[in-house]
Design a protein around this ligand. Sequence first.
Ligand SMILES: *Cc1c(COP(=O)(O)O)cnc(C)c1O
Length: 360
Amino acid sequence: MSRCFNFSAGPANLPLEVLEKAQRDLVDYQGTGMSVMEMSHRGKDYTAIHQKAQQDLRTLMAIPENYQVLFVQGGASTQFAAVPLNLFSAARKADYVNTGAWSKKAIAEARRYGEVTVVASSEDNTFNYIPELSPEHFSKDADYVHITSNNTIYGTCYPTLPETGSIPLVCDMSSDILSKPYDVSRFGVIYAGAQKNIGPSGLTIVIVREDLIGQAQDFIPTMMNYQTHADNNSMFNTPACFIIYMAGLVFDWMLANGGVEAMGKRNQEKAGILYQFLDQSNLFKATVSEADRSIMNIPFVTGNADLDQQFIQQAEVNNFKTLKGHRSVGGMRASIYNAFPKEGVEKLVDFMAEFEKSNS
Ligand SMILES: *Cc1c(COP(=O)(O)O)cnc(C)c1O
């Protein structure tokens, strides 16, 4: 068996222990004579998996009692519509911060259902920073304020959360959920696709404060209504059973490795190695201003598209896979989520130093 260093932005690499555990359980889950893929979602074996995954996520993120944890489908992209459909009340107004491609998609979707104000944007500088936000930026009568905590494509992350007062803060946390401690009580809604830091694609996590459930307008599709999933313990219909099982194994792995606090320390360390190299290199440059740098997604360039291309090709041959930047920005991007080993970052930096030497 040979495993590469996989820098994919998502679906992303999973801990090897998790894959091996799933492999051992695959055809006969704990003596049941069947795979988790084949069992009833109402049976006791799956029910136990489901409850434990929810409980472990609560433990990992210290989710307060007055929040519901929902396991839904449709990706973060479905939440772009579900959020306004659930949270738009009388005013039907929301404030959005535009920090990149995912924010833009969320804004476009919300505009179909109400009045959206883009209160700040970093588009003027290809989204390479997080705009300053103070409480007076926000509309007093907004139903919520929406941010994207970590911008997967551009590699920015909020250094501090905006103060929105009594207006619920809604966050697309797809690419940095569980990467470091977040105070859940600061948010009205957190949502995230699983395929970056949690598991395979096909599961979406929604963490929602209970007082925000039950205000949806009548025409909302039943499957998008948070109430539907809250009332049925995320089993109104067939959940993404196998993906939830995989997410549960990842939660076990995180708990066994010090939880979110320890993940945060490791992620800082890993990102630090790469940024430190980039900041002293004469060839490679980080694209994001220092204060707003993501510890999950790190874009970098040489400034020469042909050289970028050569680097990506040679990296590939040397087992550093999926380093090509997003098609909208070019260059390179190293996504180093929780499961990505520190050793892989160290080896990448050595490889980059060698490449630099032979191209100077
Ligand atoms: C990947 C990503 C999405 C899209 O998620 P899907 O699950 O594919 O819909 C949305 N927002 C952010 C920040 C992402 O990184």
